[in-house]
Design a protein around this ligand. Structure first.
Ligand code: ADP
Ligand code: TRP
Length: 324
């Protein structure tokens, strides 16, 4: 299968991004032909400071490589390095019904909040469809929140094929990572950069420890037995601790008579260990940015080859290539 997914460089990646998305995407590289890209054109709908966008883009590449994305197995590229995607976007845009885009939640939510949405945000699902269709992608691993966009992509592909009576586009399938952990943030709500409750993946260890020690907890007496599954500290611990440690901790919760301070300390220790290899790998890549640029250039080259083939097929189907 050809698998493709993208992630926006709109901030530093956090545990929610990793355990909820990135980890699953990377796993596909072992069994499938995988394409992963950093969606910097999409990020323009929110990040409008050039230095910040540049920084997040390189950080995203470093993080993905550090977390185990293997450029020899998967193709890693930056969206804007593959102009065929933007060209394809226009070809799709011309057949896109406005009502379809008005129903998309990212736009609807902004509008409902009274925030002025621009045409970029409005047409975002079309660019996302181009991202996917440009590679004849079969599977698109995404979080639940992106399911609607894959449906839009399928709609656009189907209606193009139907209108031009061709098979120019391969219909992709969403692989929704439903069993992915809903990672709680430091305040117990869903971890999200919009709630300012994140544990970033590669932040300074001392700072991370401080953040963990400040995670909100309930105020039930220490002696009370507690159900581990319902506690967000435990939910975080479960992600980074070894299975036997998780079992021990669960038993401690059920027995009661412990302090949250101990759990927080255990969580900070386990997190350091869990991410130690990735942290070391990130430091190595950070020290040789040229190697990272080369990986991205090589990825873009491979991606352009595939996207070019698809673009030519589509241009021929709709009459853009006009020479007989
Ligand atoms: P944020 O909410 O911080 O803005 P994004 O929307 O950029 O994060 O997240 C990118 C992807 O990471 C999402 O599509 C989703 O699959 C995953 N993700 C983000 N936060 C979480 C979380 N707390 N738990 C599980 N998955 C998450
Ligand atoms: N919209 C996705 C998100 O916000 C990122 C994305 C852009 C994407 N293009 C894509 C994901 C194509 C999968 C396939 O998370």
């Amino acid at each position: 299968m050809r698998v493709l997914s993208g992630i926006q460089p709109t901030g530093r990646f956090h545990w929610g991004n990793y355990f909820g998305a990135i980890r699953q995407y990377i796993a596909f590289q072992n069994e499938h032909e995988a394409y992963y890209f950093i969606a910097n054109l999409h990020a323009l709908t929110t990040v409008r400071d050039p230095a910040v966008l540049r920084g997040y883009t390189l950080d995203a590449a470093l993080d993905l490589l550090a977390l185990g994305l293997d450029p020899n197995r998967a193709t890693l590229f930056v969206q804007s390095d593959v102009p065929e995607v933007s060209q394809l976007c226009w070809l799709l845009m011309t057949g896109t019904n406005l009502g379809l885009l008005e129903r998309c939640h990212a736009f609807k939510e902004k509008k409902a909040k009274g925030i002025n949405a621009d045409a970029g945000l409005f047409t975002y699902p079309v660019l996302m469809a181009a991202d996917i269709l440009a590679f004849d992608s079969n599977w698109v691993p995404v979080g639940e929140d992106q399911g609607q966009h894959i449906e839009v992509c399928r709609d656009l592909a189907r209606s193009f094929n139907h209108h031009y009576r061709c098979e120019a586009f391969v219909l992709p399938e969403a692989r929704i990572t439903v069993d992915a952990a809903k990672v709680p943030g430091t305040d117990g709500q869903k971890m999200s950069k919009s709630y300012d409750n994140t544990l970033a993946l590669f932040e300074d260890q001392k700072q991370q420890r401080k953040k963990i020690m400040r995670i909100t907890t309930d105020s039930r007496p220490m002696e009370d037995p507690k159900a581990p599954e319902e506690d967000h500290l435990f939910q975080l611990y479960r992600l980074v601790a070894k299975p036997e440690q998780v079992e021990e901790m669960a038993a401690l919760y059920r027995r009661g008579g412990f302090g949250y301070g101990e759990v927080k300390k255990a969580l900070a220790d386990a997190a350091e260990l869990y991410f130690a290899d990735a942290r070391a790998r990130r430091a190595e890549y950070e020290a040789k940015p040229n190697e990272v640029y080369e990986i991205l250039a090589d990825g873009a080259g491979r991606a352009r080859k595939k996207a070019g083939e698809v673009l030519r097929r589509v241009e021929s189907a709709c009459g853009i290539s006009y020479r007989k």
